[in-house]
Ligand binder design. Structure first.
Ligand SMILES: [Zn+2]
Length: 309
């Protein structure tokens, strides 16, 4: 059984608090481990998660405000210190390439790890991965910011009783599912006759933005949406002014986009009681709701129900 889950390293915006580390998120998705927006302290937070630098395959940075990237120097040096044997891809807004170059070489170290630096320079840019497509969408924030989503294509799940009825076994099963049809004893068997659709899963990561089209594009039908809710509605005007979302806005996006599990995070330190985020979001979203805490693990919900043919 493959494992797909989010591990939260930190949940504070702007400055860490006694209870919240700076931002940072790990997405374990089968053989890939993606690190999103490592703020300060991410390396140490990782020690508590059972995931090591050697597990990392990809780093995605939404923008170069400190709470989303000041953990990069430590994480990048750690990859070399641990002699990570595989290349690690790094994505970030191309407009921030100078910041990335500085963070990458913030201090002296012996670089052995191979970073594949692949900046994002277009809204809707797609990167094809073995597990699906990573897509970046431009968000609305004072500096160039991209959110990300991971989209697994729909697949097919063979029905054993149908296969045996046609006498199809072994490698022929894979061929039938891949090609769409197979000739058996002079009769053409189609994929629809022996399988059901296996819906692909979607993960979306939306940080630091005012409400905009990109937010909806990313959230669409996400099984798990990680989204900033820096503020509450009482600060809605301030949120819009500085390019952030409120818990109510995030929850409405989730409802309108068919999201299944909604995870709120990136909280302003002005709010002492995190239940206020849950209370506000609950008025607008009826699905699975999580107000993130540091070091929690949140599973990607099981696949949507398969449909015939
Ligand atoms: Zn920011």
């Amino acid at each position: 059984m493959s494992m797909r889950e989010l591990v939260v390293l930190g949940t504070a915006s702007q400055t860490p608090t006694r209870y919240r580390n700076h931002n940072g998120y790990l997405l374990r998705w089968d053989d890939e481990v993606l690190l999103f927006d490592p703020g300060e302290g991410s390396q140490r937070q990782m020690l508590h998660t059972g995931i090591s630098a050697t597990d990392l395959t990809r780093i995605c940075v939404t923008h170069f405000h400190g709470d989303h990237c000041l953990g990069l120097p430590g994480m990048i040096q750690r990859l070399s210190l641990d002699r990570v044997p595989h290349p690690v891809a790094v994505h970030f807004p191309a407009a921030g390439a100078e910041y990335f170059a500085r963070l990458r070489h913030a201090s002296s170290f012996y670089e052995t790890a191979e970073l594949r630096v692949e900046p994002i320079d277009a809204d809707g840019q797609r990167i094809t991965l073995g597990l699906g497509t990573l897509e970046a969408r431009r968000l609305r924030h004072p500096i160039e910011t991209y959110g990300y989503r991971l989209v697994e294509p729909d697949g097919f799940r063979a029905l054993p009783e149908k296969l045996s009825a046609y006498g199809i076994t072994g490698p022929a099963v894979g061929e039938l599912l891949r090609v769409g049809h197979l000739d058996v004893d002079g009769r053409r068997v189609t994929r629809d006759e022996v399988s059901v659709t296996r819906p692909g899963q979607r993960f979306a990561f939306v940080m630091d933005t005012a409400l905009c089209d990109g937010v909806y594009a990313l959230a669409e039908l996400a099984d798990l949406l990680v989204i900033e809710s820096t503020f509450l509605e009482s600060e809605a005007a301030l949120a819009a002014e500085v390019g952030h979302l409120t818990a109510a806005q995030a929850a409405r996006v989730a409802t309108e986009s068919g999201v299944r599990t909604l995870l709120l995070t990136h909280f302003s330190q002005r709010y002492a009681d995190p239940r206020r985020f849950a209370d506000e979001a609950r008025e607008h979203f009826a699905g699975e709701l999580v107000v993130a805490e540091d070091l929690m693990t949140v599973p990607v919900p099981p696949r949507r129900v398969a449909s015939a043919g």
